[in-house]
Design a protein around this ligand. Structure first.
Ligand SMILES: [Zn+2]
Length: 476
């Protein structure tokens, strides 16, 4: 089936390739409307609903990239994966399950193939662990006008207005003086109660806000309110952090905290077919890749799931997708499984990378924002993303492979192209494709309000995406 035949403008066509059992999981609206409890009127199948709730759980435990990595590690551990350290020599066995973390916020996990990578290649899926938002500056706390405020930097491209008038917590990591010299020890900190706030200016002082939109000066108007001056001097925040960790303030050497939404994610809608949460971009794809890897059974090829920090700021870092982490780990897997000479290059030459990042669902209130022939419908399946300028790495051959994985998994798909006059976002796909020389397909689940603190999507699409990713990792 070619790309045009899967046009999302024809939902009947898009769903015609899916498993009829799944497609018919949308229940009869008349029947649903007779049930008063919205949860019981859910229009999605039980496995899809359970998957969506598990995704919300995963996001709830992952308010920062360090937490997301720790949440993934926890699941990998529970499934019997062994930790590898980059500083150690690796001894891998065919069929073994392993993971390696770099910098606390990027993670690569894999099932070593039954055949050498030079013979069977890698099947790779990837996503990112970070989300745009507000990050505390090193000396964040300062007194001003009778308040103790926290200064922030903007990380990536959040919709700043969505951070106002919300109950905000703090999450990230704190570096403590190690008990015995050497390295400082990092501990994760999550404060899920509303401890900071960014109140709006009243409309009486900002009469144009509804016509002009909310404009916030990044240096002057994003300070988070933390306490009144009575709470103490600037050091009060440092003490408060130490108190959260029940440690001596003198042992707190560094703080890397970001703002997080304290409101848990939910299924919503009269038929509970939508999902809302912070960080759907891109923890929905990280979760999908992780679930896909955990379902893999002993393939000949080596199945790999890679999750990178710093995508929202360009990926150029030691832990980012533009750094050496991915190539280092693939080379070491090849080597540990017996590669010589050109074997590592041979392994890459018959590999394929599926880069998963969220996609822009068509919004019925803003039809002019979208390319008319490439509307992505909510709950109509994952999107294959195309861009002639290679901001997405998909080519026709890769797209055809993805379509076949979808067909094999009973999953519908759609095609996405950004409007020609608008700048298109990018993903880790083109970076990995360029640096590793591995053909790459950019895909993702459709969503609304990308980079809002409270994003939304269909409850079905991530479920479908993970089925397609599982097929990619298993069948190659
Ligand atoms: Zn993203």
């Amino acid at each position: 089936m070619n790309a045009s035949s899967s046009s999302p403008d024809d939902p009947a066509r898009a769903s015609s390739i899916s498993d009829p059992a799944r497609a018919s999981s949308i229940s009869d609206p008349a029947r649903a409307s007779s049930i008063s409890d919205p949860a019981r009127a859910s229009s999605i199948s039980d496995p899809a609903r359970a998957y969506a709730l598990d995704l919300l759980d995963f996001i709830g435990q992952s308010p920062s990239p360090w937490h997301a990595t720790a949440s993934a590690v926890q699941r990998l551990h529970a499934a019997g994966y062994q930790a590898l350290q980059e500083r150690d020599a690796w001894q891998l066995v065919a069929g073994g399950r392993y993971y390696v973390v770099r910098g606390g916020s990027s993670l690569i996990a894999f099932v070593a193939g039954m055949a050498a990578p030079a013979e069977a290649g890698f099947r790779l899926v990837g996503a990112h662990t970070d989300s745009p938002g507000l990050r505390l500056k090193p000396h964040a706390a300062h007194l001003n006008g009778g308040f103790l405020r926290l200064g922030v930097e903007v990380y990536g491209g959040p919709i700043l207005a969505t951070f106002t008038d919300r109950d905000l917590g703090l999450a990230g990591r704190v570096h403590l003086r190690a008990p015995v010299a050497a390295d400082a020890a990092a501990v994760l900190l999550t404060v899920r109660s509303p401890v900071v706030r960014l109140p709006n200016l009243a409309i009486h002082m900002n009469r144009e806000v509804n016509e002009q939109g909310l404009k916030l000066h990044r240096q002057n108007e994003l300070h988070l309110l933390f306490a009144t001056e009575n709470a103490g001097r600037e050091g009060a925040f440092h003490h408060w952090v130490a108190q959260q960790l029940q440690c001596d303030p003198a042992n707190v050497l560094g703080v890397e905290l970001q703002v997080c939404d304290v409101q848990p994610g939910v299924l919503w809608g009269g038929r509970q077919e939508f999902i809302a949460s912070s960080q759907l971009d891109n923890l929905a794809c990280t979760h999908a890749g992780l679930c896909a890897l955990l379902s893999v059974q002993q393939p000949d090829h080596t199945a790999v799931a890679a999750f990178f920090d710093h995508e929202e700021v360009g990926s150029e870092s030691a832990v980012g997708a533009a750094g050496s982490f991915f190539s280092d780990v693939l080379a070491r897997i090849s080597e540990a499984l017996g590669a010589h000479g050109s074997d590592a290059a041979r392994a890459r030459a018959h590999s394929l990378f599926l880069s998963a990042d969220m996609a822009h669902a068509w919004h019925p209130n803003f039809p002019a924002a979208y390319e008319p022939q490439h509307h992505l419908r909510i709950n109509a399946g994952p999107a294959i993303k195309y861009n002639a300028s290679q901001r997405y790495a998909t080519d026709g051959a890769g797209a055809a492979r993805f379509m076949q994985w979808c067909e094999g998994a009973g999953v519908p798909w759609q095609s996405y192209v950004h409007r020609s006059e608008l700048g298109c976002g990018s993903t880790i796909g083109p970076l990995v494709a360029a640096r590793l020389g591995i053909p790459t397909v950019d895909v993702g689940a459709p969503m609304w309000a990308m980079h809002s603190l409270r994003e939304s999507a269909g409850a079905l699409d991530s479920y479908w995406l993970h089925l397609a990713m599982a097929r990619a990792l298993q069948s190659g």
